[in-house]
Design a protein around this ligand. Structure first.
Ligand code: NAP
Length: 244
């Protein structure tokens, strides 16, 4: 059991990118941190060291969020150890882009499983524990393409639009238990996921004329977790004004 007085935040896909920065931001806010990742041990270990340097507890769990059994098993271990999860950030995600006519079943299924089905696998056991405590905050990482679509990303935009429906419905189900559920829809944020994109035309289309930084998302996560007691069921676009 967690003997510390500190609250616990679990962030999926936090070995690098947006998830890592969210973990660091919540650590700065005083949360003990559990991160999850798929396979990048070096990055996960480095993230854990950086979090521990902020004087909170941190540990990493390696499992596939698109696998229901792995989620159940690992969440069981995490809850047994910590006794609670106060904040859950469902962040892990992948892209497998192609035009619809060229998209394989595998590319469709892996993106839906990793980006959408994972929300259900991760959230169901954790929300059960939150309901018992009558307290909790959940943030689900959507995307602006789940709001306005994108050619070449039917799998990803369908999953991210699904995340929005999931968020709004769950927010209505659990509000009476003092659990808030919100989604963030990032625009184009500089991470490994976007590093191969030709961004010159994209930047031109962004009203604020620049790509986003991981800190733009992490600060929004921190706000929703710690400073937004009357906000639930919302989708916050953090996109430099791209979806106006
Ligand atoms: P990223 O840099 O590619 O990092 C992805 C993270 O997810 C890594 O920690 C990775 O672990 C983990 N992961 C991937 N598949 C997983 C699986 N099956 N099981 C467990 N963990 C898995 O991605 P990012 O750019 O930070 O994106 C984070 C989230 O924001 C995603 O949901 C993405 O769709 C969303 N988003 C990003 C942007 C953007 O512009 N970057 C825009 C809109 C939305 P390993 O390190 O072990 O591989």
């Amino acid at each position: 059991m967690n003997t510390s007085e500190k609250k616990v935040a679990l962030i999926t896909g936090a070995s690098r990118g947006i998830g890592k920065e969210c973990a660091l931001e919540l650590a700065k806010a005083g949360y003990n941190i559990v991160i999850t990742y798929a396979g990048n041990d070096d990055a996960a270990n480095k993230t854990v060291s950086e979090i521990k340097a902020l004087n909170v507890e941190a540990e990493a769990y390696k499992f596939d969020v698109s696998n229901s059994d792995e989620c159940k098993e690992n969440i069981g271990k995490i809850l047994e150890k910590h006794g609670q999860i106060d904040a859950l950030v469902n962040n892990a995600g992948i892209t497998r882009d192609n035009l619809m006519l060229r998209m394989t079943d595998e590319a469709w299924n892996s993106v839906i499983n990793t980006n959408l089905n994972s929300m259900f696998y991760m959230t169901q056991p954790i929300v059960k524990a939150m309901m018992k405590k009558r307290q909790g905050v959940i943030i689900n990482m959507s995307s602006i393409v789940g709001v306005y679509g994108n050619a070449g990303q039917i799998n990803y935009s369908a999953a991210k639009a699904g995340v929005i429906g999931f968020t709004k419905s769950l927010a209505k189900e659990v509000a009476s238990r003092n659990i808030r559920v919100n989604a963030i829809a990032p625009g184009f944020i500089q991470t490994d996921m976007t590093k191969d994109l030709d961004t010159s035309k994209i930047v031109e289309a962004i009203p604020l004329k620049k790509l986003g930084d991981v800190s733009d998302i992490a600060k929004t996560v921190k706000f929703l977790v710690t400073d937004a007691p009357y906000i639930t069921g919302q989708v916050i676009c953090v996109d430099g004004g791209l979806v106006i």
